[in-house]
Design a protein around this ligand. Structure first.
Ligand code: GLP
Length: 249
């Protein structure tokens, strides 16, 4: 296993450390007059990282003027205004509170017509490439072992595309959607290869209900059955865990 683990007492402490790494990266790129390209995640896991980045912006003057972001995924179909959308989530938790340029924000668009999706996904990949590639990718993990929405069966060479959500993922999202029948059946996600090309990857997991998938991801065989195991091949990936998520290692 090549993945490096860091285990913290709780998710608050861990999130502050992750936010500090991101802030240092932004500042070092700024000093070199370069943009900083961040791959961002949604879900409950990164919320405290965004809180801390917003605090650093407000209290320490951390600027996001040189930051370009690409979000991992979005439900499909999904409007940007829907409060279950990842657009809404990112605005609420981060973008509304910092000085990022709106044109530097990229989130897969859940309103693209189905016949235009193929080209849309090719363009999303091209936009990442043209920005210089991802400097840093923040990840959570689903109980199926998905990163982004790369569900079991996702190929190591997969790029941005539309996928069908796993039943377990839809069950886990059902409380947000007031019942599983309201959870979209599909999503647009960056691919496994898109994620693996990031120069740096930090995956965060909190709580006992992630302990089993964390064990399978770090100690299991590398396989499409648990797409997060592909991170074992990455040269610079760290898993940031709280004690409960690390309890089966
Ligand atoms: C969703 C997201 C994933 C995220 C996962 C875990 O499925 N698409 O990117 O990692 O949920 O969510 P949470 O962090 O809430 O446990």
């Amino acid at each position: 296993e090549k993945i490096h683990n860091e285990i913290f007492k709780n998710s608050t402490e861990a999130s502050v450390i992750v936010a500090q790494e991101i802030a240092e990266l932004i500042k070092s790129k700024e000093k070199q007059n370069k943009s900083c390209v961040l791959g961002l995640a949604t879900g409950s896991s990164p919320i405290k990282v965004y809180e801390e980045l917003v605090r650093m912006h407000r209290e320490e003057g951390l600027s996001f003027s040189n930051v370009i972001t690409f979000n991992l995924d979005e439900y499909y179909p999904m409007t940007k205004e829907n409060n279950q959308s990842y657009h809404y989530f990112m605005n609420q938790h981060l973008f509304n509170h910092i000085d990022i340029k709106p044109e530097n924000i990229h989130i897969p668009d859940g309103t693209v017509a189905i016949e235009e999706l193929n080209q849309y996904c090719i363009d999303y990949e091209m936009n990442i490439k043209n920005a210089g590639g991802l400097d840093f990718q923040l990840l959570g993990i689903g109980r199926t072992g998905h990163v982004g929405f790369n569900e079991p069966g996702s190929h190591i060479n997969s790029g941005t595309r539309i996928i069908t959500l796993d039943h377990i993922t839809r069950v886990d999202a059902s409380s947000d959607f007031n019942g599983i029948d309201n959870v979209p059946k599909r999503a647009i996600t960056m691919g496994v290869s898109t994620i693996l090309r990031s120069k740096r990857i930090v995956l965060m997991a909190w709580g006992q209900n992630k302990a089993d998938i964390i064990k399978r991801t770090i100690q299991g065989d590398i396989s499409s059955e648990v797409p997060a195991t592909f991170l074992q091949n990455h040269a610079n990936a760290t898993f940031v865990l709280d004690q409960s998520a690390a309890s089966e290692l």
